[in-house]
Design a protein. Structure first.
Length: 69
């Protein structure tokens, strides 16, 4: 059971890191694109994914803590 939780957290945390790096990259590329709306759309989409992953990790962590107590 613990190994399953560790794998779940590792996958979601790595996805969170990738989404954060993608947000940083798209923010830096806003000036580089001829059409900055593309980079801004990417930034907004990645920020939505980032918020979803952060909420999923936080809720799973709270459920795990409440189950252990």
């Amino acid at each position: 059971m613990l190994a399953k939780e560790v794998v779940w957290f590792a996958l979601h945390l790595s996805s969170l890191l990738l989404a954060g790096l993608g947000m940083y990259w798209s923010f830096k590329m806003i000036d580089a694109f001829h059409n900055p709306l593309v980079a801004m759309e990417l930034f907004v989409a990645l920020s939505a994914i980032l918020l979803y992953l952060a909420a999923a990790i936080w809720l799973r962590f709270l459920a795990l803590i409440n189950h252990e107590i």
